[in-house]
Ligand binder design. Structure first.
Ligand SMILES: [Ca+2]
Length: 205
């Protein structure tokens, strides 16, 4: 009986897909009152930590973005710079919620994007990738939505990528609030041999 159980366990382990690790730090905003490792720039906007969690966990929260009604050109951009390997493919996704809150009118947009850079500090861009948009009206209030997953291959010379979430107000004098949670950026390349080395050593006959 024990032997059967061991064999079953081995089969299950073999059947599990290989998954790469999320390269972002603090992607789920698990610690209260902190947005550590995210770099945010704001134009008449405010970022804060919220108890609202994508999975309704009491042990985690999200990033809250507030755009006030009293100014123009309101915008918040938050990003992280992480190392990548050239010619590997990468995918990015994020969850967003426009809360159904009487304090905000909600007429805003948010976009997810990422770009590849030739330096570890993400200052010299090599290539920017397609963008995923969310917009209210258009999305359901108070519901978490998954922004469309973006995928792209790191070009030759890329050593880092910057993952960027930008949220802005579409109409003046209408305050906007958004929650961002469970941002994900990881390689989708499990095995790659582009035969750059001049050998086929990675392949078995
Ligand atoms: Ca969370």
């Amino acid at each position: 009986m024990v032997r059967v159980a061991v064999i079953t366990a081995v089969v299950v382990l073999i059947a599990l897909p290989l998954t790469a690790q999320n390269l972002l730090v603090n992607p789920g905003f698990d610690e209260a009152d902190q947005l550590d490792d995210w770099t945010c720039t704001t134009t008449y906007g405010v970022t804060s930590w919220s108890t609202e969690d994508h999975l309704e966990s009491t042990a985690s929260g999200s990033m809250q973005i507030d755009l006030s009604e009293t100014s123009i050109n309101r915008l918040v951009t938050c990003s992280q710079c992480v190392p990548v390997t050239e010619l590997n493919s990468y995918a990015a996704s994020a969850w967003l919620n426009w809360p159904d809150d009487a304090d905000v009118t909600q007429d805003g947009s948010s976009r997810l994007s990422f770009g590849f850079f030739s330096d570890a500090g993400c200052t010299t861009a090599v290539e920017w990738c397609p963008i995923a948009f969310a917009h209210y009206p258009g999305n359901q209030l108070g519901a978490w939505i998954l922004l469309p997953t973006l995928e792209s291959v790191a070009p030759v010379g890329a050593v880092a990528a910057r993952i960027v979430i930008t949220t802005w107000q579409d109409l003046a004098n209408e305050p906007v609030r958004a929650h961002i949670d469970d941002v994900d950026f990881r390689t989708t390349t499990i095995f790659r041999d582009g035969f750059e080395s001049g050998t086929t050593n990675a392949w078995e006959p």
